[in-house]
Ligand binder design. Structure first.
Ligand code: HEC
Ligand code: HEC
Ligand code: HEC
Ligand code: HEC
Ligand code: HEC
Ligand code: HEC
Ligand code: HEC
Length: 400
């Protein structure tokens, strides 16, 4: 008992000292002094910056201020009914947005949108509670222009307790520092069973920024500021000089699923590192059930194009600073750069003329597929709705 009290005093002191160290309110880049921040790249890389600013990568996480949050807050379409007594209403109060739970017409709890994840197909949001973030029970889906249950959330009762852990941020942000509440494990290990990570609110670096992909670039920026006549890049990892696996790893870091073995935090990965020291898929590479959500790398790896060309990577088709093009014909040109003189058989040609076919490679060979990982339910519905993305397994599929 007495021992516990001494240990408790230690803990209080530890917490006190650690909070003294970070008590200033100024912004701290949790990545340390080697990082310059995206804004410092503008003056020399305006083109890349302008593109990236509008990209889904840059917006992968953002503060939930109006303008960043999708969905209706004051129209008809802002209520989700769980049952005749229970509903959640999306509400704007002063400058903040909330999901408010009502039971029999009375407000029970209200949670504020703090950080949003995503913009393209869906957007989910989190609120802060006790130094951690928790997912709000309703998300917005562009395919239905409406609110529906967050993936995996029940549609018969509201649920506010799903913690959004640092792992989510490792793919959706450039950094967030978390620390173990138990900072001095030797002194306070009697608590270890209950120890949890807490997230440091001030340290989040929103979105996937320049240095998340390119690695720390402060030295690079400083060098070129001092040496404006030097036109050859200094002090930065060059993507061009990487081998194929390193190039693939740069994207596979976040685009090869999350069900494998994690050895080190994704945040510690830098361009040129070997991904298998951080994350390794434990599944058979020939598994036919890789999900269209979040696993473009594994699916692409199963394509003959990838295996036989021995050179295809993500950059073959994507500009890393821009969103995926909506113009599918532009991809057909890329397909045809490897598939010149291609001839479809008579049966295929019957479905479409040769000239139409030429613009539609993707529609037939990378068809849209249902995700098994993500499903959702709309208000007052017993049925699951499907989340649909294009597969990256390029192949021959039966006609629809
Ligand atoms: C004072 C000017 C300056 C600033 C600031 C600057 N760069 Fe550069 N950067 C250059 C020059 C010059 C090159 C070489 C020519 C080129 O590729 O554009 C270069 C090249 C690069 C390359 C290509 C490297 C290669 O060889 O493939 C990357 C990536 C890059 N910079 C990233 C950044 C990032 C990220 C920032 C911000 C943190 C940044 N730069 C800030 C001047 C600058
Ligand atoms: C740090 C994690 C991370 C890395 C590294 C990363 N991505 Fe992404 N990428 C994401 C996330 C998260 C999204 C979804 C963003 C959103 O919609 O909110 C995304 C979205 C995309 C999209 C869809 C954009 C759109 O809406 O059209 C493309 C294409 C893409 N990534 C390609 C790449 C390529 C190519 C690379 C490698 C050069 C890469 N990504 C590296 C995490 C990452
Ligand atoms: C291993 C990396 C990874 C992890 C971990 C991860 N995501 Fe994602 N997430 C992605 C990628 C890549 C995409 C976009 C492409 C896709 O759907 O395949 C995405 C898409 C999304 C989208 C849709 C974005 C849009 O613009 O349509 C949301 C919302 C989202 N993730 C939320 C989360 C949340 C919440 C967590 C944690 C519970 C999480 N993600 C964990 C990689 C990841
Ligand atoms: C999703 C990862 C990703 C992000 C985010 C990203 N880049 Fe890049 N960048 C790349 C890759 C991959 C290449 C190599 C492209 C190639 O070789 O075709 C590249 C190439 C470059 C180059 C060389 C010239 C060129 O355009 O190919 C510069 C300069 C550059 N990036 C600067 C930036 C700056 C500045 C930002 C932030 C505003 C940024 N990048 C954000 C992945 C990224
Ligand atoms: C970097 C070159 C390259 C690119 C780009 C490319 N492919 Fe391929 N593709 C190949 C090679 C090589 C093969 C294997 C040919 C063989 O087996 O002889 C192949 C095979 C195929 C096959 C046969 C698949 C099977 O399972 O039998 C289809 C279909 C195909 N490609 C469609 C496409 C489409 C559609 C695109 C564009 C979205 C594309 N390819 C882009 C190189 C490429
Ligand atoms: C052969 C061309 C090709 C290659 C190679 C390729 N992609 Fe794509 N990607 C596409 C096409 C086509 C789309 C769909 C664009 C659309 O529907 O608007 C797409 C869409 C995406 C999306 C958005 C998903 C969605 O439906 O919104 C992500 C994320 C993505 N690609 C990531 C990657 C990553 C990571 C790699 C490398 C592992 C990669 N892609 C390699 C052609 C390619
Ligand atoms: C209407 C759907 C459709 C469109 C559009 C389409 N394909 Fe195909 N493709 C097929 C079918 C079905 C097959 C298998 C039967 C055949 O060869 O006609 C096939 C076969 C192939 C093959 C394998 C041929 C072989 O000899 O093994 C390649 C490569 C290919 N397509 C590439 C492309 C490219 C590149 C484009 C765009 C220029 C394209 N396809 C457009 C449906 C389509």
């Amino acid at each position: 008992m007495k021992k516990n009290r001494i240990l408790f005093t230690f803990l209080v002191l530890a917490v006190f000292f650690s909070s003294c160290n970070n008590k200033s309110d100024e912004y701290i880049d949790p990545r340390g002094p080697d990082y310059a921040g995206s804004e410092s790249c503008i003056q020399c890389h305006q083109t890349q910056y302008d593109m990236a600013l509008k990209s889904a990568h840059f917006k992968a996480t953002a503060p939930a201020i109006s303008g960043n949050v999708l969905g209706d807050f004051d129209e008809k379409n802002h209520t989700f009914i769980y049952d005749k007594d229970t509903k959640i209403v999306m509400e704007k109060r002063n400058d903040s947005l909330y999901q408010v739970l009502y039971k029999n017409g009375k407000e029970v709890e209200a949670h504020r949108f703090e950080i949003v994840f995503g913009t393209k197909h869906a957007q989910t949001s989190v609120y802060w509670r006790d130094n951690n973030t928790y997912e709000l029970p309703l998300s917005y889906y562009n395919a239905i222009n409406s609110w529906a249950t967050s993936p995996g959330f029940p549609a018969d009762k509201p649920y506010f307790d799903r913690k959004v852990v640092r792992d989510c941020y490792a793919c959706h942000s450039s950094n967030i520092s978390s620390r173990n509440v138990n900072q001095n494990p030797d002194e306070v290990n009697f608590l270890s069973a209950e120890v949890e990570d807490v997230i440091d609110k001030k340290t989040i670096v929103y979105g996937i920024d320049c240095e998340r992909c390119h690695g720390p670039a402060k030295k690079h920026a400083e060098f070129h500021l001092k040496n404006p006549h030097v036109k050859v890049a200094n002090s930065i990892v060059s993507y061009k000089t990487l081998n194929r696996q390193q190039k693939l790893d740069a994207c596979a870091l976040c685009h090869s699923g999350n069900d494998g073995m994690k050895m080190k935090s994704r945040f510690d990965y830098k361009l040129g590192d070997n991904l298998s020291e951080f994350y390794r898929s434990t599944r058979n590479p020939n598994d036919t059930t890789f999900d269209v959500h979040g696993n473009q790398f594994r699916l692409m790896s199963q394509s003959k194009c990838f295996i036989k060309s021995e050179k295809m990577d993500c950059i073959t088709c994507h500009n890393p600073h821009e969103n995926a093009s909506k113009n599918l014909a532009s991809y057909s040109k890329i397909c045809m750069s490897c598939h010149q003189g291609l001839k479809h058989n008579a049966t295929t040609l019957k479905t479409m003329s040769g000239s139409l076919l030429a613009n539609n490679c993707v529609e037939c060979h990378m068809p849209k597929k249902m995700s098994n990982a993500i499903k959702f339910q709309i208000s007052n519905s017993k049925e699951m709705s499907n989340y649909i993305l294009r597969t990256h397994k390029i192949g021959i599929y039966p006609a629809k």
